[in-house]
Design a protein around this ligand. Structure first.
Ligand code: AMP
Length: 291
């Protein structure tokens, strides 16, 4: 595995890979890799001849009071994990390298952002698509792998590449969880021991919602209420949102009669955790919601 730190070198490598007619699979991350990232890399390895992983904590997607400075970082460990999963190139640019002279263009996402995380994280998805536009160009990716853990992000990214005719194909990968159901996240390290134990209730609360739908409940308000009750019962965290929306359009629904997302965000002392299930109208988990 080769570590690349400059845009020019990454572009040169990607250009020569393409000249050899090889498929480039790409996994963008902010590092501090865990089993969720590893799953994306493994899927990418299966479908691509050359695998590129990026590690870049993108300042543009963090708000002023968010955790950009203290976001966990461990480059050495990340490189070991990436290499052990068969990554060919790991692209680790500095902030200065990525955002050199180009402050004259600002991308703005205007759909799917006034709900879920978009509501409390103004400008977040603008920052996400800006860095991805650059990374897709730099890596010349044919395929890019994203986790369903960040379901709003992948819905926005899919619309972004469709709207702007990027040739990269977006591949969703199911959420990887701990044994008790907690979704793997770099931010789980912020949890106290008690919060870590309680945090499993995010997933169990989603399952409560799912089972209500399986049992025939069609009213999202009722379901949201039960999910909230379950979270309150099991954690001291404060609920940022529990929402049920159509997926991937992320529109309000008044009756469960289509593919939907049940999404949760809970604030703990030092971490804000999110989780979701994307299910069909019968409550069955959907593996690829873009099919
Ligand atoms: P991040 O480093 O948090 O920006 O995540 C990089 C990619 O890994 C994103 O596409 C995430 O959705 C994905 N990811 C993060 N956690 C998980 C998980 N538990 N299961 C599957 N994918 C994940």
């Amino acid at each position: 595995m080769k570590v690349i730190r400059t845009v020019n070198e990454m572009v040169e490598i990607a250009t020569s890979v393409k000249a050899n007619d090889q498929t480039i699979g790409f996994v963008p991350t902010m590092g501090y890799l865990h089993d969720g990232h590893a799953k994306l890399i493994d899927q990418c390895r299966k479908e691509s001849q050359i695998v590129i992983v990026s590690i870049f904590v993108n300042p543009l997607q963090f708000g002023p009071n968010e955790d950009f400075e203290r976001y966990p970082r461990d480059e050495k460990r990340d490189c070991m994990i990436a290499e052990s999963h068969g990554v060919d190139y790991i692209f680790i640019p500095s902030v200065e390298e990525m955002y050199r002279d180009n402050s004259s263009i600002k991308l703005q996402v205007v759909e799917r952002t006034n709900v879920l995380c978009g509501r409390s994280r103004a400008g977040h998805f603008d920052g996400v698509v800006t860095v991805l536009a650059k990374l897709f160009h730099i890596t010349k990716a044919d395929l890019a792998f994203f986790g369903m853990k960040d379901a709003q992000q992948i819905a926005v990214v899919k619309a972004f590449v469709d709207d702007l005719n990027f040739s990269v194909k977006i591949r969703p990968v199911p959420t990887i969880r701990e044994d008790d159901g907690l979704a793997r996240s770099s931010r789980n390290v912020y949890l106290s021991q008690q919060e870590r134990a309680d945090a499993a209730s995010l997933y169990s609360s989603l399952k409560v919602g799912q089972h209500l739908i399986i049992d025939g409940e069609k009213n999202p308000v009722m379901i949201i209420d039960e999910v909230k009750k379950n979270i309150h019962r099991h954690t001291n965290g404060t609920i940022d949102y529990v929402e049920i929306l159509s997926y991937p359009d992320l529109k309000a629904v008044t009756v469960i009669n289509q593919q939907i997302i049940i999404a949760i965000a809970v604030n703990f002392q030092k971490a804000r955790l999110i989780d979701n299930l994307v299910i069909n109208e019968h409550g069955i988990i959907v593996r690829d919601p873009f099919e």
